[in-house]
Ligand binder design. Structure first.
Ligand code: ATP
Ligand code: MG
Ligand code: MG
Ligand code: MG
Length: 479
């Protein structure tokens, strides 16, 4: 199955299992000042997970486009992209672990056709401090599923974090984890907001024996680095607890206490790109049917190969795809909030394309490819293609006018052999249109040292400018 088929098959399975398919949310959440982007399928559903009845019922599913600007530094590895699609299903006080885990297994093994021998899972190890028990129930369900698939009990070890690294790669399949396998807003049990729901999380990984660049982190249950042999493909959160109000009245910090929720919810999220990569036995998500044609276009435009230019091509591919979806959802490049992130993606894509030798008009041909890949599943991307192209072209033209001058300015500073200051970054931003993160990256690439207080100086210069322009507006002066 390719990525498109997996997306369709997922929604079909969810329909068969009684789920209402709900509309995806915009990438830019409205009425939520706490976050710039929709970063998971769960995020728009939080009110319902907290107890509000959902008009579509108690079983919901969708495929939610997500943007995680916080993952931008990871982009370039084999598994993280700033934009991705999350397969999601939710039970609002309906089914729980005994249906969710086998349903996910069925999807992975029978529908997508993954090899059960290569599936590894982690479950919550409990939290004595807060009286939250180990998630034995999930572990038992997984144990049974592995056994039914003929994976012998000897290889199904239950391991804990302390000795996880030693037994990793030695047949352990189910890891009990404490810190990583709890989900709630704000982090672990202690960071949970009073009244919020949370609960144990069970993560699923796919094993790639062909990955040879192995590190300590390549071992199960450590998973999260480039080159690791275990790729997280999805997880189910069992929202079972509610953080209770603190009882201390003398002002000293109270121990967090928990009560069972009246509704036990399931929140499942799976990475479409990663499941598609597993389905084609590729540890590299950029090889899937939704990303590879973009890479191929870059190979054509640059005359270079992906094997030689993996890092830069991954960045350009991801950033352009993300910007196309942001444009489809009405975002335009600007100097603040979502627009700033979009600008950063585009300018970074243009900069990395230049490194590939593409000095002109890189965005337009890539928009065409992205729009072609997504027009069926997301008609808004096809329908708005012309507008999207215009928005991206305009940004490319604006940045190209000053890109080379900005780079020259940087080389100039490098020649002077002095640290680069906040004032320099301000000029690069204000005059040459370099988002500050891009110029720090560029400065490091040129071997420059950053002045210790560069950040403070940069912020001060920007604030100064803001006040100047406010004063000018008040006086009716426009320049
Ligand atoms: P990771 O640990 O690999 O960063 P995560 O635990 O942060 O992933 P979740 O919040 O659990 O991710 O999101 C659900 C699923 O979405 C993950 O299991 C993974 O398959 C996918 N996913 C998460 N982040 C990304 C990303 N940046 N790019 C592609 N897929 C992702
Ligand atoms: Mg992550
Ligand atoms: Mg994870
Ligand atoms: Mg996860």
């Amino acid at each position: 199955m390719d990525a498109e088929q997996i997306r369709t098959a997922y929604l079909q399975l969810m329909t068969e299992r009684g789920h209402s398919l709900i509309e995806r949310a915009s990438l830019v959440p409205r009425d939520d000042p706490t976050t710039l982007f929709t970063g998971s399928g769960m995020q728009p559903l939080l009110p319902y997970l907290l107890g509000e009845p959902h008009p579509a019922g108690t079983r919901l599913a969708d495929v939610q486009p997500c943007v995680r600007a916080q993952d931008i530094e990871e982009v370039g590895d084999n598994r993280h992209t700033t934009f991705f699609e999350m397969l999601g299903n939710w039970s609002l006080g309906d089914y729980f672990k005994s249906q969710q885990i086998p349903m996910f297994w069925h999807f992975l093994v029978d529908v997508v056709g993954l090899d059960p021998e290569r599936i590894y899972v982690s479950v919550f190890a409990g939290d004595d401090e807060h009286g939250i028990p180990r998630d034995e129930e999930s572990a038992e369900i997984w144990t049974r599923l592995f056994a039914q698939a003929g994976i012998s009990h000897e290889t199904v070890d239950l391991i804990t974090e302390e000795h996880g690294n030693e037994v990793g790669n030695q047949g352990a399949r189910i890891a009990f984890y404490q810190d990583k396998n709890w989900w709630s807003r704000g982090g672990g049990p202690d960071a949970m907001l009073v009244g919020d729901p949370g609960g144990p999380d069970s993560e699923v990984f796919y094993y790639f024996p062909q990955v040879t660049h192995d590190t300590a982190y390549g071992r199960f249950p450590h998973q999260n680095s480039d080159g690791g042999q275990y790729l997280e493909i999805g997880n189910s959160v069992f929202m079972q607890y509610r953080r209770m109000p603190n009882e201390q009245t003398d002002g000293s910090p109270a121990e967090a206490t928990f009560a069972e929720l009246p509704n036990r919810n399931v929140d499942y999220g799976g990475g479409l790109e990663r499941i598609a990569a597993a389905a084609m036995d590729s540890p590299d998500v950029f090889r899937i049917s939704l990303l590879w044609p973009i890479v191929e276009e870059l190979e054509r435009l640059s005359g270079k190969s992906y094997d030689e230019q993996t890092h830069a091509m991954r960045i350009v591919t991801d950033h352009v795809r993300g910007a196309v979806f942001l444009a489809a959802d009405g975002v335009t490049p600007s100097n603040k909030e979502a627009g700033y992130v979009m600008r950063r993606l585009l300018r970074r894509a243009i900069r990395f394309a230049a490194e590939l030798g593409i000095e002109n008009n890189v965005l337009t041909p890539l928009v065409d490819i992205v729009a072609g890949l997504y027009a069926d599943a997301y008609p808004e991307v096809g329908d708005r293609r012309e507008t999207i192209t215009k928005v991206l072209q305009k940004e490319e033209r604006a940045f190209r006018r000053t890109l080379n001058k900005g780079l020259r300015e940087l080389r100039h500073i490098a020649k002077e052999q002095r640290p680069i200051t906040g004032g320099d970054f301000f000029i690069l931003n204000d005059t040459f249109g370099f988002p500050v993160e891009l110029s720090t990256e560029e400065a490091q690439r040129q071997g420059l040292t950053l002045a210790e207080d560069w950040r403070a100086e940069f912020d001060a210069r920007r604030e100064e400018q803001r006040q100047r322009s406010q004063a000018a507006t008040k006086l009716g002066v426009h320049d």
